[in-house]
Structure formats: structure tokens, C-alpha cells
Design a protein around this ligand. Structure first.
Ligand code: SAH
Length: 237
């Protein structure tokens, strides 16, 4: 509320006018919000990989969320993107990206395109990203958005990511962004020698673990990294 007392000097009046113009006219400064997100939510925690930080500083997250969510795009949490799905919290996006230890020439598979935001972040780091979405309208929208925003190295496919993407395998990195009950075997097979996969695993309706899967000399090693909540991995019937 504004009390007449606040209007006694022109400084207060100027401030009020500035506030009004911010409310009704100009766009908020998303770029500044994004830099703050990186500083406080990522560097302020345990994200140190410069490539990951650089990608998170650049990709315009507010253009990947529905208009009604835009004001919250850089907040420290997940957001709804329709079809009962969510875009992950920025920190989780960064953590899962960092853990893959990607190199420029790597080929990466993402399962669960959603808004396309995570795929865009990956697309800043590596030459080729392949991403699969099971909910057709989400996949089509993400495809359009990635094209429009300029990510020619990210390829979107509609389908059940359980089967991976045989023709494009093997992958140096695989990221699953929906919570699965068990490790999909085709994804393990499509992981390259020396490759890394990150996947939330555990019972539906419960806390899952982010699990790192590494393939070395054909052997699989799994490591639990942290407890997380994720929308469920679904299957085509
Ligand atoms: N990475 C996304 C958010 C993922 S939410 C982003 O950056 O916005 C998880 C997504 O996984 C949802 O869109 C959901 O529809 C999708 N999904 C669930 N099971 C899947 C499956 N078997 N294959 C492909 N996508 C799946």
C-alpha cells in the first residue's frame, strides 16, 4: 500500500513511477536474474565446472517455461510446464550436467525432453545432443522452441526413451530426467566405453536417488549421489 506520506518528496515520487513502469511496461531484467541464479544457487552450492556455469549463464530459461511462470523462471525450484510435467530446479539441471564431465566432441542422449531447457544446456557443451520425449505435444513444442532459439545440434524425437536411440548410439553421456524404478537395460547397452549416465532411480511416490552409472572395460559401476524428487518415467502401452 502507498501512504500519502511517502509522496512528500520527489525522490519518493520518482521511485513510485519507476516501480509502476516496471509493473506495467518493461520486461524484468531476466539476464540479471540469470546471473544471480548462477551465483547464488549454483556457485553458492557445489557447481564449479566452468562449462556448466557458462551454459547456465547463457540459456534463457524464461523462454522455456509457460508465460504464466516466466516471473519465477530463475527461482530456486522446479516449475510446471503442462501435461503434469515439470522443468527441473536450476541446481538439479546444473548438477546432472556437471556430473557427466562432458567434452566438446561428446555425443549425449537425454531421455525426457520436457521443455527442452536441459537439452539446450547440454547443447551449449557438446556437439551432438539427442533427446526423446514421450508426451507428443511437449516434444513438438520443445522441438519448435529449440529451432527458433537456435540449437541446431539438438535433435528431438517423440517416443518411449526406455529403448534409447539405437541408430545414434553409443553415447558418451546419457541423462534421464524422469524418475525410473529400475535401470533401463537398453540405455546401459547404448552407453559408450568410459561413458557416464545420470538417472533418478527409486520407487514412484517416494524419494529417489540420483545414480551415476559408469561403464569401464565393459563393467558397470553405480554410485548413489543424492536424494531427489522427479516426475515418473512412464512407458508406452
Ligand atoms: N528435462 C526437462 C524436464 C523433464 S520432466 C526440461 O528440461 O524441461 C520429465 C520428462 O520426461 C517429462 O516431459 C515426461 O513426459 C518425460 N518422460 C517420462 N517418461 C518418458 C519416457 N519413457 N521416454 C521419454 N520421455 C519420458
Amino acid at each position: 500500500m502507498l501512504h500519502p506520506r511517502h509522496l512528500r518528496n520527489s525522490g519518493a515520487l520518482l521511485k513510485m513511477l519507476l516501480g509502476l513502469s516496471l509493473c506495467f511496461g518493461q520486461e524484468p531484467n531476466y539476464s540479471e536474474q540469470r546471473q544471480q541464479m548462477v551465483e547464488l544457487q549454483l556457485q553458492g552450492r557445489d557447481i564449479y565446472d566452468n562449462n556448466t556455469l557458462g551454459a547456465m549463464r547463457t540459456v534463457p530459461r524464461h523462454l522455456f517455461v509457460p508465460k504464466a511462470q516466466r516471473a519465477y523462471a530463475y527461482a530456486d525450484g522446479p516449475l510446471p510446464i503442462g501435461h503434469r510435467q515439470t522443468i527441473s530446479q536450476p541446481y538439479i539441471v546444473a548438477f546432472m550436467t556437471q556430473v557427466l564431465r562432458l567434452k566438446k566432441r561428446d555425443r549425449v542422449l537425454e531421455v525426457g525432453t520436457g521443455s527442452g531447457y536441459q537439452a539446450a544446456v547440454l547443447g551449449k557443451l557438446v556437439d551432438s545432443v539427442f533427446t526423446i520425449e514421450i508426451v507428443e505435444p511437449l516434444g513438438l513444442e520443445a522441438k519448435k522452441r529449440l529451432h527458433y532459439l537456435g540449437y541446431p545440434n539438438v535433435v528431438v524425437k517423440i517416443g518411449d526413451g526406455y529403448h534409447g536411440w539405437e541408430e545414434k548410439a553409443p553415447f558418451d553421456g546419457i541423462m534421464v530426467t524422469a524418475g525410473a524404478e529400475t535401470l533401463p537395460q537398453p540405455l546401459v547397452e547404448q552407453l559408450a566405453e568410459g561413458g557416464r549416465m545420470i538417472i533418478p532411480l527409486g520407487p514412484h511416490n517416494g524419494i529417489r536417488q540420483l545414480v551415476l552409472v559408469q561403464k569401464r572395460k565393459g563393467k558397470i559401476k553405480t554410485t548413489e549421489l543424492m536424494p531427489v524428487r522427479f516426475v515418473p518415467f512412464t512407458r508406452e502401452h
